[in-house]
Design a protein around this ligand. Structure first.
Ligand code: 3PG
Ligand code: MG
Length: 399
């Protein structure tokens, strides 16, 4: 079988200037990086290219500057964090193209690592403008994209440059794509998806795509309330989108046509106010009082979902079941996460998860390391689950 993407195995980097697009959009506080996960994900690509004698030129965006230099969005502090993770010196250039970048690159020796300033300091970056594409492309001999989490953006540094230089997927990109293929490309069946989170309206395309791909669709979070309401159940003052009831009914009807079983909660943990340790009770759905709101799915629902997990081979998960940041409404999400971790460790399940909230919940539950793969991407993971082509990925496909 031919490889759908060119990877580092296909690249000859020795002595070459390698433009390596990474996602260094990491959280910071007072100029210090507070979570190095995204840096750790790309570390092996950086060191592999350096060890093979390539000159590593890191391209990245940071935050959402308004198309001009701005100190608050400088990547300079991130260079130190990258150096700490790869345990090698990392240089920094105050511009991502033009004479400053060119001079810094001209000084690089084989195996050196240089980070260029925020690509979004140029307006043309996000517009995929030909001038920026040219300016970046002339800095390198080849291009490696290791930024899956920015691959839903058709920007100059994520898409445009890939068409100008020989382009390859880095190791983190490769791992993401392989994991995603396990989950929805050619999954072992039965396959289930868990979709949680607040709103049906933001995940409509996702639900529409999933009912065509998975055998079981488990719905949790605020969006489950909209489905329950659509079935005629009282949801009190729960977060729900009543104007989406018709849409929810259509999703349920369409799922019948595609043989996808939709699983909704049968009970819920409810409270009169949304705050930590608010007095809560468990009720069957349909028995939520007018002044109560659903803040988590209940224990019967957890048991029912765990039973399903015991029967499936592949799981893809985006979105928590309840308000997991606020105790005691983390209970269902954590319990199910632990069960998934256990089944995965036992070799009974392949589990792929992604999205900022989901990953935070799995980390808090202490089980992220037990999953088959946890994506570092938020928006890109969601767009991929929606069945959309990601421009940054498409540009890497072997021609
Ligand atoms: C992310 O943090 O999700 C990616 O780096 C993309 O950033 P963006 O949403 O600002 O394009
Ligand atoms: Mg984002």
């Amino acid at each position: 079988m031919s490889k759908p993407f060119r990877t580092l195995d296909d690249a000859n980097v020795a002595g070459k200037r390698v433009l390596l697009r990474v996602d260094l959009n990491v959280p910071t506080e007072n100029g210090k990086v507070t979570d190095k996960t995204r840096i750790e994900r790309v570390a092996s690509t950086i060191t592999e290219i350096a060890d093979k004698g390539g000159k590593v030129i890191l391209l990245a965006h940071f935050g959402r500057p308004k198309g001009g230099p701005d100190e608050a969005n400088s990547l300079r502090p991130v260079a130190d964090a990258v150096a700490e993770v790869v345990k090698r010196p990392v240089g920094f250039a105050t511009d991502c193209m033009g004479p400053v970048a060119e001079a810094a690159i001209a000084k690089l020796k084989n195996g050196d690592i240089l980070l260029l300033e925020n690509t979004r300091f140029y307006k043309g970056e996000e517009k995929n403008d030909a001038g920026v594409v040219e300016g970046l492309a002339k800095l390198g001999d080849l291009y490696v994209n290791d930024a899956f989490s920015a691959a839903h953006r058709a920007h100059a540094s994520t898409e445009g440059v890939a068409h100008k230089l020989p382009a390859y997927a880095g190791r983190a990109m490769q791992a993401e794509l392989e994991a995603l293929t396990i989950a929805l490309g050619d999954p072992q069946r039965p396959v289930a998806a868990i979709v949680g989170g607040a709103k049906v309206s933001t995940k409509l395309e996702l639900l529409g795509n999933l009912i065509k791909k998975v055998d079981v669709l488990i719905i949790g979070g605020g969006m489950a309330n909209t489905f329950l309401f659509a079935e005629g159940k009282h949801v009190g003052k729960s977060l729900s989108e009543k104007d989406m009831a018709e849409t929810a009914r259509k999703v349920m009807a369409d799922a019948k046509g595609t043989n996808c079983r939709i699983v909704l909660p049968v009970d819920a943990t409810v409270a009169k106010e949304f705050k930590a340790h608010a007095p809560a009770r468990v009720v069957d759905v349909g028995h939520v009082a007018e002044d109560e709101m659903i803040l988590d799915i209940g224990p019967k629902s957890v048991v029912a979902i765990e039973e399903i997990l015991g029967q499936i081979k592949t799981l893809v998960w985006n979105g928590p079941f309840g308000a997991f940041e606020t105790p005691p409404f983390e209970a269902a999400t954590f319990a199910i996460a632990k069960t998934v971790g256990f089944l995965t460790r036992e070799g009974k399940l392949k589990a792929i998860a992604g999205g900022g909230d989901t990953v935070a919940a799995l980390n808090e539950a202490g089980v992220a390391g037990q999953f088959t793969y946890v994506s570092a991407a938020g928006g890109a993971f969601l767009e991929w689950m929606e069945g959309k082509a990601l421009p940054g990925v498409e540009a890497l496909r072997a021609k």
